[in-house]
Design a protein. Structure first.
Length: 456
């Protein structure tokens, strides 16, 4: 799995991971991910739970199916988007997906209490929001020399900016109402379209063509041909891929089962909705520490087992959350649970993406990322109704906590048997345009991509 050798003569120059262009592009992608995808309305789902269920008389189970609609519809489309992006590019689906997300979010402000309207809007958010996997592919190919550290800094930027989202959404709901909140959020999504169009580049390119749709007569370029990595067929036959899929599902889906019910869960423990907003904000503020440590760790330790300690921290945080109440531990114990959970949450992005690139490369990144997330989204869609059903059946969320803890423990064990990385840490490096242009001997414009040495 080694790439071609570099051309004879002068060594090509590669752009620094911390160049102005890369930092600018990463910052724009961060803002687009937060404010121009389904993450924005998704972030409101726990805050509008109480006002919407009280206004329309919905049960918690009925309400929870909205997240299921989002996850399942997103799951169906993810593999198709991923394969399309590998072959054609990411800019076209990202642009039109953003339009769909904006319109679906605005539509949520006009529902009349009919459940099918509520579910349809969230289904559209899932379908159009899945195009955001294109951002992940761009970022994964963008940083090549210090991939873990660079993605950690990007994650810190994202989480610090995201800390203001729960208070912003709560302010919009409190001062204007939940309908107006959705309409305003939808307008924010649409306002970012020009920024996305003029700044987002294709993975592995510097200064991509801005044209979204090309004439039929024009030869279509297979963009995956110049990227190194496993093909989609090789990935589907790969044992490590399926182990990571299972570990990701049972380690992530349970946490998602909590999200729509965070306010009722804390109310059951004797805390208020204001405490829930504080919980969400503190989690977001602590996550950057985990992101920095996780990014440093994957660059420092050449093994996938680096994920294990962070998964254990996540387990411990959830255990404390399950035990705490306003009368037992109070805010002190809750703060400890928030700290551990937020720290572990912050490590997920740099570690998860890093492992993907080092094991499977970039050639079929969109496909395998979409394929894995199809299963993850389906499981995440099942989690909220299951948690709601367990609560409605038992009158408590405790049985849901137990299932989540068991899943986290099993997922942590799977990281122990993944094996050594297959690709070097610098896979995907692209020579600067002047160097690439000067290389007339036919050498590829991609990085040497040396395979990582097997662990002895």
């Amino acid at each position: 799995m080694t790439g071609a050798a570099t051309a004879a003569g002068a060594e090509p120059r590669y752009e620094s991971d911390f160049s102005f262009r890369k930092i600018k592009l990463a910052t724009i992608i961060t803002l687009a991910n937060m404010f121009a995808t389904s993450l924005l309305p998704f972030g409101a789902i726990t805050l509008v739970n109480v006002p919407m269920t009280q206004e329309f008389g919905w049960s918690q189970t009925e309400y929870s199916w909205a997240m299921t609609a989002l996850m399942w519809c997103g799951a169906v489309t993810l593999p198709f988007y991923g394969k399309f992006m590998d072959k054609v590019g990411v800019r076209l689906p990202i642009f039109f997906g953003t339009i769909g997300v904006g319109l679906a979010t605005i539509a949520l402000g006009f529902i009349d209490g009919t459940l099918w309207q509520f579910y349809l809007c969230f289904a559209m958010l899932g379908i159009f929001g899945s195009t955001a996997i294109g951002y992940t592919k761009i970022v994964s190919a963008l940083f090549t020399q210090h991939r873990g550290k660079a993605m950690a800094l990007l994650g810190v930027e994202s989480t610090l900016a995201g800390a203001g989202i729960p208070p912003l959404l709560n302010w919009l709901i409190t001062d204007f109402g939940w309908r107006e909140m959705f309409i305003i959020c939808g307008c924010i999504v649409l306002l970012l379209l020009p920024v996305i169009y003029f700044t987002v580049d294709e993975p592995g390119e510097i200064g991509s063509d801005r044209k979204l749709i090309r004439p039929k007569a024009e030869v279509k370029e297979d963009r995956s041909a110049k990227l190194e990595g496993l093909t989609d067929k090789q990935i589907l036959r790969d044992r490590v891929f399926w182990l990571i899929v299972i570990a990701t599902i049972i380690g992530t889906a349970p946490r998602t089962g909590m999200m729509p019910f965070l306010v009722p869960m804390l109310n059951e423990k004797g805390f208020s909705q204001g405490d829930a907003v504080t919980y969400m904000s503190i989690t977001t503020l602590i996550a950057p520490l985990g992101t920095l440590v996780g990014g440093w760790a994957v660059d420092r330790f050449n093994t996938s087992r680096v994920a294990i300690p962070f998964k254990f921290i996540s387990f411990l945080g959830l255990f404390l959350f399950a035990m705490v109440t306003a009368s037992f531990g109070g805010w002190y114990l809750l703060a400890m649970a928030v700290g551990l959970g937020g720290f572990a949450f912050g490590t997920a992005r740099p570690i998860g993406t890093y492992l993907h690139v080092r094991f499977f490369g970039l050639k079929a990144f969109g496909f395998y990322h979409g394929f894995e997330n199809m299963f993850l989204a389906f499981s995440m869609g099942c989690a909220p109704p299951l948690v709601a059903w367990l609560h409605d059946s038992s009158g408590s969320y405790m049985s849901g906590y137990v299932i989540m803890l068991v899943c986290l423990a099993l997922g942590t064990i799977l990281y122990w048997i993944l094996g050594p990385y297959r690709y070097a840490s610098n896979i995907g490096a692209v020579p600067l345009p002047d160097e690439a242009e000067s290389r007339k001997d036919g050498a590829p414009a991609s990085a040497p991509g040396l395979a990582a040495p097997a662990a002895g």
